[in-house]
Design a protein around this ligand. Structure first.
Ligand SMILES: Nc1ncnc2c1ncn2[C@@H]1O[C@H](COP(=O)(O)OP(=O)(O)OP(=O)(O)O)[C@@H](O)[C@H]1O
Ligand SMILES: [Mg+2]
Length: 397
């Protein structure tokens, strides 16, 4: 009798969970449809002439002169006689300005002959430590600064994918994640899962729950003896598109599974996001030990596990919070220059942008009070530009 009751309860629970899942998916779908109609794909906003000039690293007056001289793309001129540039216009200007640049790379900072592809893994197994937010803003900023960027969502939760206007549960019914390119049976060429985004220079490999298959299939392939050097599958797939990009940014899942292990093996740079609070820092000690153990296992197979750089990035940092400040001071003392100078400040501008599936780079300044927007964007730019400097340094510049 008891058993029957329990079975019934269990069945009911399954039904409830399944029902809730379907309800949530359809609600989210209709919410998105109302925000972004199905035939309207996401587009990038226009940039003010001041923003365009800052992105290009020139004076606004110089951009104005180019426009008046009829050089380069024509910006849209608003009724208030303001010039607005699209992200494509900015890219065209880069190409134009680079032709007469004082030194090569002033406007197109990407690889030159002999420079190797930078693959940046954003990781920490602590959930909510700011991996996706950091990865998305980094990928977009680098693309807007003229690097050729590939963003990869390696997290089955697919938040990076959703941020880029792809609905993981609706838009990828027949695969289309990196799993297709790294699976053990019948992998497809990686080019088949790369898609352009609404930002010039930025491509995306989306993710969804199918990525979990790699976690399930790898132990099976290992026991069959058919896994080979499984942790190099991401690296090998990326080697096929090496010449198409300057930088690859990988958003890792919040766990140290086979996917993260593969990202770690492919990475040339590792960014560990840390929210400076006691519980997060305590779990980080385990994360670091487990990561080191994993790297030992990989290195034991003869693989080269050297990286160009690794840095800790402080996320959602509140400078007015004294406990956080103590933790930041403690981390900086322990890890000195391995902690990026620029922290990513906590800001409602960043979390509000996230609510509408946008990064702050996609939101216009007028959407927030100026001081809130400026403070957040300056913090994001400082973080991403410090990472850009690490990339340049790796290339010997
Ligand atoms: N600088 C910030 N200011 C305010 N909110 C932030 C900031 N960075 C991240 N958040 C918010 O914190 C939450 C967690 O961030 P995020 O999704 O980037 O973490 P994550 O490490 O990728 O999480 P997961 O481990 O689940 O993948 C999100 O709601 C995000 O909008
Ligand atoms: Mg995430």
């Amino acid at each position: 009798m008891t058993i029957v009751t329990r079975a019934n309860t269990q069945e009911n629970l399954n039904a409830v969970i399944r029902g809730h899942s379907e309800l949530l998916a359809s609600q989210l779908h209709s919410q998105r449809e109302s925000l972004f109609p199905p035939d309207a794909s996401k587009t990038m906003r226009k940039f003010t002439s001041g923003e365009a000039a800052a992105l290009l690293g020139v004076n606004d007056s110089y951009l104005r002169k180019l426009h008046l001289d009829g050089k380069g793309p024509s910006p849209e001129v608003t009724s208030g006689n303001r010039r607005q540039y699209s992200a494509d216009d900015i890219q065209c200007l880069r190409v134009l300005l680079e032709k007469t640049a004082r030194k090569p790379g002033d406007y197109l900072p990407g690889r030159r002959s002999g420079d190797h592809l930078q693959i940046i893994g954003v990781m920490n197994f602590k959930g909510g430590s700011g991996k996706t937010t950091s990865a998305a803003h980094l990928a977009q900023r680098l693309a807007l600064k003229g690097y050729r960027v590939l963003a990869i969502d390696l997290d089955p939760q697919a938040s990076l994918t959703a941020l880029h206007g792809v609905q993981p549960e609706f838009d990828l019914p027949n695969g289309g994640t990196l799993y297709d390119a790294i699976r053990y049976d019948a992998p497809v060429p990686i080019t088949e899962v790369i898609r352009p985004t609404y930002i010039p220079n930025l491509d995306l490999i989306p993710g969804n729950l199918e990525l979990m298959e790699f976690e399930h299939e790898t132990p099976r392939a290992l026991s069959r003896g058919s896994a080979g050097l499984f942790f190099f599958r991401v690296k090998e797939a990326l080697a096929k598109v090496d010449d198409r990009y300057d930088v690859v940014v990988i958003d890792c899942p919040p766990q140290l599974g086979f996917l993260t292990m593969s990202a770690l093996s492919a990475a040339t740079g590792v960014l560990v996001t840390i929210h400076p609070e006691m519980l997060d820092v305590m779990s980080m000690s385990q994360f670091l030990r487990m990561t080191a153990d994993l790297m030992d296992v990989i290195a034991d197979s003869g693989a080269d596990m050297s990286h160009d750089w690794m840095r800790y990035l402080l996320t959602r940092y509140e400078p007015t919070d004294s406990p956080q400040n103590r933790i930041v001071a403690f981390l900086r003392t322990m890890y000195s220059d391995k902690v990026l100078n620029a922290p990513m400040l906590k800001s409602t501008a960043i979390s509000d942008a996230g609510l509408t599936k946008q990064t702050l780079y996609e939101v216009e300044r007028s959407a927030f009070t100026r001081s809130t927007y400026d403070r957040a964007i300056e913090s994001l730019n400082a973080v991403n530009d410090e990472i850009s400097q690490l990339i340049q340094k790796t290339w010997g510049r």
